[in-house]
Design a binder for this molecule. Structure first.
Ligand code: ADP
Length: 555
């Protein structure tokens, strides 16, 4: 018995040990199962997220994209209904909100007001963070806002609530994902993690879709411009081979696009002009060249074009983009203008010269009214000056203006012209300030006198009788300078940049009795620039004008 009972005890203890082990094993097994379940869960979460991610990455249409996001997120979080409110910016730059829903009849939903800036919705649209509430009806933040103090009539009877902001890479709040359930406590931490994961994938996908549509828009705009431009555009690569041309280029040159893409720049240029070193250097520095070129049309005729070539760095290399405009019409008109001016002036000059000769003859014979002869002579002199000016314009325009340079003294030249002006106009006081020493430069004294005569004539014409005109000459290290200042009517600020333009006259002056063709200053500028110099005008309207001429000694 004793033995037996001893054996019983042994057995019982053994049994207890075994039971304890079973308990432990059961617990271990439960834990193992739990871990396995968690692992499966984790896998499911990441698989789901991955699946959603793959779907989203393939979708570039925002509307479809957000629908996928909403459906997937609603399914994965176990929500009864889900919505995605997202902000869109229309072409006018206005922001408005669109939404997609899942788990509810869209028709029923359409009647709802848009989410308002309540304590429940506001934080999401401000991107402040996730909101997960087990029972909204018990939550302190809920029901505080008028007019509904709770859910608007007809709202889904939400109790469990989960909301996640969708934030772009750039930090903008793109919208918010909202989930609801009619029972309380339905959204777990896992649901929250899923929703957050989907929200970040949605943000990336929406960003991409936006970038894609912007890139498409930009591309469409670019093609539209390129195709529709009236100017020819030709893109060449580093080997001067054309890689793209627009329809205007095809029209201008008579070649089709595919023909042009087989050609090089040299194939369409009629005269191969070598670039000067200075031109090449400038192009290297600025990346831009502007000039006129002759091109050869497919049918063989030549056409002058104004071209502007720019070096453009693209991600896959450098291209040279030229914009070209046919200037045949302009050239024709210019030629006609030149011919007309030359013809007219020559035709006028011959009779005028004989007229002048006869007037001088009459003057010498003293047989006629001296006063009348004086008038005839005065008028003929004036006409002669005008015609000479016109001839100068004609030769300037055709590039035929030449200088007869010599070592001459500016003080003497200016002094002589001042003297002459004093004798012709006694109604003005002309003062002259000059250094004692000569200012010698390599200039054309006749042309410089012409500049001075123009400036002095203007100073006299555009200032009142009795006015003062100040002429000064001085020298700096590399140039001689002349200033002619008057206290006359002055020049309006808007007209100042144009006074040196051909045929330009200030509006009020053009309508006054003061005579002129508007070419004196144009000629003056041309002559000064031919000397490598500069002429500038400054003025205080009503108080007078000052013209400054600078002439480098040796340009
Ligand atoms: P114009 O034959 O008309 O004098 P210019 O080319 O010499 O032609 O001058 C162009 C215009 O500039 C003039 O018409 C006038 O309006 C203005 N202008 C030139 N010089 C003066 C000046 N000293 N004072 C005021 N206006 C001036």
């Amino acid at each position: 018995m004793i033995e037996q009972s001893g054996g019983d005890q042994e057995l019982r203890r053994e049994l207890e040990r075994l039971r304890a082990r079973v308990v432990i094993l059961e617990r271990v097994d439960a834990e193992r199962q739990e871990i396995a379940e968690r692992l499966r869960e984790e896998t499911r979460v990441s698989e789901s997220l991955h699946r959603v991610g793959v779907q989203l990455a393939a979708e570039l249409d925002t509307q479809r994209l957000v629908q996928i996001v909403t459906d997937e997120a609603t399914g994965l979080t176990g929500a009864e209904f889900g919505a995605f409110f997202y902000n869109v910016i229309n072409d006018e730059g206005e922001s408005y909100t669109l939404y997609t829903i899942s788990g509810v009849d869209p028709a029923a939903f359409a009647a709802f007001p848009m989410p308002r800036n309540t304590q429940i919705f506001g934080p999401i649209f401000r991107g402040e963070g996730v909101l997960r509430i087990d029972d909204v009806t018990q939550d302190a933040r809920y029901g505080n806002n008028p007019p509904y103090h709770g859910m608007p009539p007809g709202h889904l009877p939400v109790r469990s609530y989960l909301a996640v902001p969708v934030i772009s890479r750039g930090g903008d709040v793109l919208g918010g994902l909202f989930f609801g359930h009619t029972r309380a406590g339905m959204f777990t931490e896992r649901a929250e993690r899923l929703a957050v994961g989907i929200a970040s994938q949605a943000a990336i996908a929406i960003d991409n879709a936006r970038l894609y549509s912007e890139a498409q828009d930009a591309h469409a705009r670019y093609s539209y411009l390129f195709e529709g431009m009236a100017d020819a555009i030709l893109l060449a690569n580093n080997d001067s081979r054309y890689i793209d041309v627009n329809p205007a280029a095809e029209r201008m040159l008579g070649y089709s696009r595919s023909e042009l893409l087989d050609m090089r720049v040299a194939d369409i240029v009629a005269y191969q002009r070598t670039w000067t070193d200075a031109e090449w250097e400038r192009f290297q520095r600025d990346g831009v060249w502007t000039g006129e070129v002759e091109l050869r049309h497919k049918d063989g005729h030549h056409l002058p074009v104004e071209a502007r070539a720019s070096r453009v760095g693209l991600p896959d290399g450098v291209v040279f983009a030229s914009v070209m405009r046919d200037i045949s019409d302009r050239r024709r008109i210019e030629k006609m203008q030149r011919e007309f001016t030359t013809l007219i002036t020559h035709e006028l000059k011959a009779p005028l010269t004989s007229l002048k000769g006869f007037a001088q003859l009459l003057q010498r014979r003293r047989e006629y009214d001296a006063g009348a002869v004086e008038v005839i002579l005065g008028r003929t002199n004036h006409l002669e000056r005008l015609i000479n000016d016109l001839l100068d314009v004609a030769s300037t325009d055709s590039g035929k203006l030449s200088l007869r340079r010599a070592n001459v003294d500016l003080v003497t030249i200016v002094g002589r012209n001042v003297e002459q002006a004093r004798t012709t106009s006694s109604a003005h006081e002309i003062r002259f300030a000059a250094p004692r020493d000569a200012i010698v430069g390599w200039w054309d004294s006749g042309r410089l006198s012409q500049v001075l005569q123009n400036l002095l004539a203007n100073a006299i014409k555009y200032s009142p009788l009795g006015g003062t005109i100040d002429v000064a000459v001085d020298a700096t290290e590399d140039a001689g300078h002349i200033t002619v200042g008057d206290n006359g009517i002055g020049i309006p600020a808007g007209a100042l940049p144009h006074v040196f333009d051909r045929f330009f006259r200030v509006e009020a002056v053009a309508h006054s009795a003061v005579q002129g063709l508007g070419i004196g200053l144009y000629i003056a500028r041309t002559l000064v620039e031919a000397h490598g110099g500069q002429i500038r005008a400054a003025s205080t309207p009503g108080r007078g004008s000052t013209f400054t001429v600078s002439l480098p000694y040796n340009a």
